[in-house]
Design a protein. Structure first.
Length: 135
């Protein structure tokens, strides 16, 4: 019976962390950096029309599934919450920095993209680490 309790607890923890990442993302790419992000990706007013928003649920669903997977994998490495930061520093940060170096965008857009994405990933990895350890 204990394994079912543990499985339920871990599933709940992973889902909670994934939901938290979606909330942070809505704030990060909305009121905090939304206008700057739209500039970086070259999105115009057309992407905020009702027609454009209609299919967004699919992207949100896929992003949520990816977040669940990300937290599930991270859970295998986290014993203290700062372990999540080590994973971020070792894998996420260099990957995003490499993208900024080699994506062909002008430097200002490339490094702005890097700052927004790396900052978001940093915040959610802190959240992931805290949720995984405290739950």
């Amino acid at each position: 019976m204990a394994i079912y309790g543990t499985l339920y607890h871990m599933t709940t923890t992973i889902l909670l962390a994934a939901v938290a990442s979606m909330i942070v993302g809505a704030i990060w790419y909305g009121p905090l950096f939304g206008k700057k992000w739209m500039w970086v990706i070259g999105a115009g007013e057309g992407c905020t029309t009702p027609e454009a928003k209609k299919g967004m649920w699919k992207a949100y669903l896929i992003q949520f599934i990816l977040a669940v997977f990300e937290v599930w994998v991270l859970a295998m490495f986290v014993e203290v919450w700062t372990d999540a930061l080590i994973v971020w520093a070792g894998f996420i940060f260099p990957t995003l920095a490499g993208t900024a170096l080699w994506n062909g965008e002008d430097a200002k857009k490339g490094w702005t993209r890097f700052g927004i994405q790396a900052g978001y990933q940093f915040v959610i990895f802190v959240v992931f680490g805290l949720v995984l350890v405290w739950m």
